[in-house]
Structures are given as structure tokens and as C-alpha cells.
Design a protein around this ligand. Structure first.
Ligand SMILES: [Zn+2]
Length: 287
């Protein structure tokens, strides 16, 4: 090989080397760029996940706070009895937040004939005192006082009736009872016994309520009123196959002083239940 050819080969070799190095460099560059992009994507993905988790957490806390506020608001708003008006102790007794109602359908009998000694003055169906909702069951008979000394059964029935009038009931108070027993022993029925009344908070769905008038603020029922309460309660228990153990006070549901005298005097309450029991035994078919 002559010198010229050798020089030529040498030049070619150098050129080849240069090209190879350049390619190598390009490849490295490309790889580095891809690597960087991959890392950036990974970082963005992680950031997004973090943000999502934070949003979920904040959202969850927000919802929990809102639910809590609604719950507390409702409790404060509805559990404020307004004692200034007739039958006032029942104001707000529509609160039914928790309803542990044991449904025993066989207890709700329809078309039970009402005795002649009951003065039926059923309220018109309305949102505030006679919602027209069927009872789920009748598991107890609940005794209340009207919490307004000297008022008659008719006065208290009118109070319930007037709640339907928005002008007379701007606060939207809900209250009623199935029966009101008056100072002369009269018994007025306001709500049918297969429908719900607004008297006993979360037990409105499975109880029959009796409000009782009283001459004084100690809440003791007078004799003639007491006798009517015994008779009416005994009749109701018999209709729904219940016993004198199933008579309860509003107090036994909410801890409220109702019926006041029979909360303060536990012995008088036990006596009342005993009197109902004796009455039922002596009168097996109350008409
Ligand atoms: Zn009550």
C-alpha cells in the first residue's frame, strides 16, 4: 500500500470515529431528555394524587361539619318548649330525630268503635296538629298534663285546632293529642286512634296520647278528671291488647316534667297504674 492510500484510510477512520461519537452523544442526549420528561410526569402524577387526597379530606370534613350543624341546629330549634300558650308543654313535641319504633302491625286495629262517653271532635287534617299519618303500632298509652292550670278540654282542643292557622301559629308549632280529659271529667277526642298525634316526640309513631287538665299548677288531677283518665286508659289498653304496665308518662320518654304531679309523686303514679289495672279487672268489656 502506498502512502497516499494509507493516509486516505486514516482519514476515513477518523471521520468514522467522529461520526460514531456524535451518534453516541445524540443517543445520550435523547436518553437524558426522556429520563427528565419521565421524572417530571411522575412528579406531576404524585402532586395530583396529593391534591386529590387533600381535596377529598377537606370535602369530607366539610360535609361532616355541615351535617353536624344541621343536627345541632334542628335540636336547638325544635327542643324549645313555649310554655306561654295553651297546651304549651307540647310545643315542639314533634321532634322525632331518632325513632326506635318497634312495629307490631297487629296492634293497629282500624275502625274501633268509639264509646259514647267520648266526645269526638276530630281536628281537620293539617300539618300542625293532625298530619293524617297512620300509626305504625300502638305499644303504649302516654299520659300528659296540659301544663296550663284551669283550662278546659275544649280550650286545649281549640289550641290544637288553631295551630292550623298560619296567622295564629307564625312559628309553625306542631302539637296535639289523641284525647284531652277535662276538669269535669269530659273526654274530647281530637285525633283518630289509628293516626299519629304530635305529643310524645320520637314516640309519636307508636303511642296513643292523653292530655289531662288540672285545676292548679301542681298538676294534680281532680277526682272526676282522674276517674275519666282511668276509664279511658283502661278502654284503650283493652282495645290494643295492652296491660297497665304499658301506661307511661311523657317523662318516661324524654325526662320532661310531664305530667308534673305524677313525676314529682312517684307513688301517685304507681297508684294511677294500679287503679287502671283494678278497673280493667272489674270491667272486662268496657263499652
Ligand atoms: Zn307531655
Amino acid at each position: 500500500m502506498d502512502q497516499k492510500a494509507r493516509a486516505e484510510r486514516f482519514r476515513n477512520q477518523i471521520q468514522n470515529n467522529n461520526e460514531q461519537q456524535e451518534e453516541q452523544y445524540e443517543r445520550e442526549l435523547k436518553r437524558a431528555r426522556e429520563e427528565r420528561i419521565k421524572r417530571r410526569i411522575e412528579r406531576m402524577r404524585r402532586e395530583r394524587q396529593r391534591m386529590l387526597r387533600r381535596r377529598l379530606f377537606v370535602g369530607g370534613v366539610g360535609i361532616a361539619v355541615i351535617v353536624l350543624l344541621i343536627f345541632v341546629g334542628k335540636k336547638v330549634f325544635f327542643s324549645n318548649p313555649n310554655d306561654s300558650n295553651l297546651g304549651g308543654h307540647t310545643s315542639g313535641d314533634q321532634t322525632e330525630t331518632t325513632a326506635p319504633v318497634e312495629t307490631t302491625e297487629e296492634h293497629v286495629k282500624k275502625n274501633i268503635p268509639i264509646p259514647t262517653w267520648v266526645d269526638q271532635q276530630l281536628l281537620e287534617i293539617n300539618e300542625f296538629s293532625r298530619p293524617g299519618i297512620p300509626l305504625k303500632a300502638v305499644n303504649n298509652v302516654v299520659i300528659h298534663w296540659v301544663a296550663n292550670a284551669g283550662t278546659s278540654a275544649q280550650n286545649n282542643r281549640s289550641y290544637f285546632s288553631n295551630l292550623a292557622d298560619p296567622a295564629a301559629n307564625p312559628d309553625g308549632v306542631k302539637a296535639s293529642s289523641h284525647f284531652v280529659v277535662g276538669l269535669e271529667g269530659e273526654i274530647i277526642q281530637c285525633v283518630p286512634i289509628d293516626e299519629k298525634s304530635y305529643c310524645t316526640n320520637w314516640r309519636n309513631d307508636d303511642t296513643i296520647s292523653i292530655e289531662v287538665c288540672h285545676p292548679d299548677w301542681d298538676g294534680k288531677f281532680n277526682d272526676i278528671t282522674y276517674q275519666s283518665v282511668i276509664k279511658l286508659t283502661a278502654w284503650l289498653l283493652e282495645q290494643f291488647d295492652l296491660t297497665s304496665d304499658d301506661i307511661i308518662r311523657h317523662f318516661d320518654v324524654t325526662g320532661k316534667d310531664c305530667p308534673k304531679y305524677y313525676v314529682v309523686h312517684e307513688d301517685a303514679w304507681e297508684q294511677l297504674k294500679q287503679d287502671v289495672k283494678v278497673y280493667m279487672e272489674a270491667n272486662p268489656n268496657i263499652q
